[in-house]
Design a protein around this ligand. Structure first.
Ligand SMILES: Nc1ncnc2c1ncn2[C@@H]1O[C@H](COP(=O)(O)OP(=O)(O)OP(=O)(O)O)[C@@H](O)[C@H]1O
Ligand SMILES: [Mg+2]
Length: 280
C-alpha cells in the first residue's frame, strides 16, 4: 500500500499556489492559497477561502477532463487546499481561448465586452512575468524555442477539446464560459499534459441568465462579492456533477483559420516560408 504523499521541500511559490516536492520525484503537491493578484501583481489582496474553492473546482474539472480524454497532470485531491499532480516541465506558452471578447482582448481591439467570436479565438502568450505575458504568434513561439510545432499543434487541439467540454460543463451549471487560460507541461515520460489550474481565477464565467460576472473580474474591477461569486461557481458545479452534457456536434474545427489547409505541417503558420522585406 502506498503511504499518503506528504509535502517536503517548497519548490516554488507563485501568486496563487505553492508547489511542494514529494518523496516520489514524479509528482508534486500543489497547495492553493487565498492570495489574489491582478494586472501582473500590481493589484494584490486575499479572497477568503479562494484556495479551497479553486482546489475543489480544479480537482473536479481535471478529473472530468481526464475522463473526457484530455491527458492532465491531475492525480488526486489530498485535502481542502492540496492536490497531488504529476510533476511536469511547464511549456512557457500560455493558451488563451476566447468565446467572447472580454478584458484585454476587448480593449486591444476596441470592441464591446461580450461580442461573440466566430471562429473561437485561440491566442498564445509568452509565460513571462517580467515581460507581462506578451501575446505572440506560432512562428514567434517556435523561433524563440519556447515550444516546437508539434507541441503547439497538440496544445491547440487539446485546448479545443477543453473548450468543447468546459463550455458544456459550465452550461449545465448555468454559467457561460467567456474565455480561459491554459498551461501545458511535459511529464517524466515526455508526454504533453494539461497542467496548472482551471478555476474562477483562470476562466471568465458569466451567469447564463443575468450576465453577472462570477470570476476574478470581481476582484480586478472591485465589483464586490468576490468570495460569494467563487463559492457560487463551486456550488453550481458540485450540484450538477454527473449531469448529461450537450457537447457541440462538430469538433471545434480550426482548419478555417489555418494558413494552409492542404499541408498539416503548415497548419499553424509556423512552417510557412519566412516572409521577405515586407515583414512587419
Ligand atoms: N504539474 C505541475 N508541475 C510543475 N509545475 C506546475 C504544475 N502545474 C502548475 N505548475 C506551475 O506551478 C506554479 C503555480 O503557482 P502559481 O499559479 O501561483 O504561479 P503564478 O504566480 O501564476 O506565477 P507563474 O505561473 O508565472 O509562475 C506555476 O508556475 C505553474 O506553471
Ligand atoms: Mg498561476
Amino acid at each position: 500500500m502506498n503511504a499518503r504523499p506528504e509535502p517536503r521541500e517548497l519548490l516554488y511559490e507563485g501568486k496563487a499556489k505553492q508547489v511542494f516536492a514529494c518523496d516520489d520525484a514524479d509528482v508534486v503537491i500543489v497547495r492553493y492559497k487565498d492570495d489574489a493578484t491582478a494586472f501582473n501583481a500590481q493589484k494584490r489582496g486575499t479572497v477568503s477561502d479562494k484556495g479551497v474553492v479553486n482546489n475543489a473546482v480544479s480537482a473536479m474539472l481535471y478529473g472530468e477532463l481526464e475522463a473526457f480524454g484530455v491527458p492532465t497532470h491531475f492525480v488526486e485531491q489530498l485535502g481542502a487546499r492540496d492536490q497531488l499532480v504529476r510533476r511536469v516541465t511547464i511549456v512557457p506558452v500560455e493558451v488563451i481561448v476566447r468565446n467572447r471578447a472580454a478584458g484585454t482582448f476587448a480593449k486591444r481591439y476596441g470592441v464591446d465586452e461580450g461580442l461573440e467570436l466566430d471562429p473561437v479565438v485561440v491566442e498564445w502568450c509568452y509565460k513571462s512575468d517580467p515581460l507581462g505575458d506578451p501575446p505572440m504568434n506560432t512562428a514567434t513561439a517556435v523561433a524563440l524555442g519556447l515550444a516546437d510545432e508539434a507541441q503547439l499543434e497538440a496544445m491547440f487541439d487539446y485546448a479545443a477539446d477543453v473548450n468543447d467540454y468546459l463550455g458544456a460543463r459550465f452550461a449545465v451549471a448555468g454559467l457561460e464560459l467567456v474565455d480561459f487560460k491554459l498551461e501545458f507541461g511535459i511529464d517524466a515520460a515526455g508526454e504533453l499534459r494539461l497542467a496548472d489550474e482551471i478555476s474562477p481565477d483562470t476562466c471568465r464565467l458569466w451567469d447564463a441568465e443575468t450576465g453577472e460576472k462570477l470570476d476574478k473580474d470581481r476582484f480586478r474591477r472591485d465589483l464586490g462579492g468576490v468570495e460569494e461569486a467563487y463559492q457560487e461557481v463551486w456550488k453550481r458545479l458540485r450540484d450538477t456533477q454527473g449531469r448529461d452534457l450537450e457537447l457541440p456536434e462538430d469538433d471545434f474545427d480550426l482548419d478555417h483559420v489555418h494558413l494552409d489547409d492542404g499541408d498539416d505541417d503548415a497548419a499553424l503558420g509556423a512552417a510557412l516560408p519566412r516572409p521577405g522585406a515586407h515583414d512587419a
